[in-house]
Design a protein around this ligand. Structure first.
Ligand code: SF4
Length: 310
């Protein structure tokens, strides 16, 4: 019953996202430090080109921007380094009407009381970044994330794990599902590493085929109907080898408001040449369309970054 309810909630959330125009609103804590840990080597906030010309926004301005966008009918996703570092994180989530958030877990371990606040405003799901030490990247500590996991679960909120895959660890996707299942994790998503700073090791389309095959095998091994683990792949993994195909409309929905108040097609596409408009006086003003070359079933951010980095 619990699984069926959670599945329904996830479906409803996806439908709500699709019904409205999605906006990723990027912002930083007003002052340094910008994160509560050593910055991840694949951080899409700090590595974003929009970070360079960032506009300083107070928490009040952030809340007001998000509220204004929601009032205009947008579905707003707050995108930042570590949301729980903000003194008014509850107001930010309320303004976005968001029932989900992403965290590295450190604030939850340090201040478990935040879970009570999150529950009070109806937060239903918390995604934790997981890294098994096989990605070669600087990433959040697995022990901290697992400690946070237990606390989230005990608080009655659904935890989800997110693992970033690159050339070093993608062949171990199945093994990581095994490890997650043994640790009690029942909701897991794989994410494709997006190479924003020329580090290399981004998965090619053919590598994504292997990931989908490992997901298929994991679903067979741990069926959700028998208390198994729900494993999925984020949009960035593309659709070429996905069972249910979709074409991402980055630049129409979603769009991303960068930290420099320019509008971009996606949080991974915040390069100067990909600017499609401006965010001015609370309005999203679109001036250009976006469409990189390549297979439309493949993620547009991957298509652009692969062409740029080759
Ligand atoms: S461009 Fe890729 S990462 Fe960005 S929203 Fe589309 S599928 Fe997701």
């Amino acid at each position: 019953m619990k699984n069926a309810q959670q599945k329904e909630q996830r479906l409803a959330y996806r439908q709500a996202l699709m019904a409205k125009k999605a906006v990723d609103y990027m912002f930083l804590p007003p002052d340094e430090p910008y994160c509560n840990r050593k910055v991840c080597s694949d951080c899409y906030v700090i590595k974003s080109e929009s970070f360079r010309d960032r506009v300083r926004r107070s928490e009040t301005e952030i809340i007001s921007d998000i509220r204004g966008l929601v009032e205009k009918g947008y579905c707003v996703l707050p995108i930042t380094t570590e949301l729980l570092m903000f003194s008014r994180f509850i107001r930010i989530l309320e303004a976005a009407e968001s029932k989900r958030l992403l965290t590295n877990g450190a604030e939850i371990t340090a201040r478990p009381g935040v879970l009570g606040d999150l529950k009070m405003i109806g937060v239903r799901q918390i995604t934790l970044t997981l890294d098994f030490g096989n990605s070669g990247m600087v990433r959040p500590d697995l022990g901290v994330a697992m400690d946070a996991w237990r606390r989230i679960e005990n608080a009655g909120i659904e935890p989800m794990g997110r693992i970033t895959l690159n050339k070093l660890n993608y062949m171990k996707a199945g093994e990581m599902v095994d490890a997650c299942f043994k640790s009690g994790i029942r909701l897991l998503q794989f994410n494709r590493f997006m190479d924003l700073s020329g580090q290399g090791r981004m998965l090619k389309t053919t590598d994504a085929r292997e990931v989908f095959e490992q997901i298929r095998l994991a679903r067979q091994k741990y069926p959700v109907s028998k208390g198994g683990i729900y494993v999925s792949a984020a949009g960035g993994m593309g659709s070429v080898y996905r069972e249910k195909k979709f074409e991402c409309e980055a630049g129409k929905t979603p769009v991303a408001i960068g930290m420099d108040n320019y509008v971009y097609p996606c949080i991974y596409l915040t390069q100067e040449e990909n600017r499609i408009g401006r965010f001015e006086g609370g309005e999203i003003i679109i001036e250009k369309t976006f469409g990189p070359p390549g297979d439309r079933l493949e993620c547009p951010a991957y298509r652009y970054l692969a062409a740029r980095n080759d």
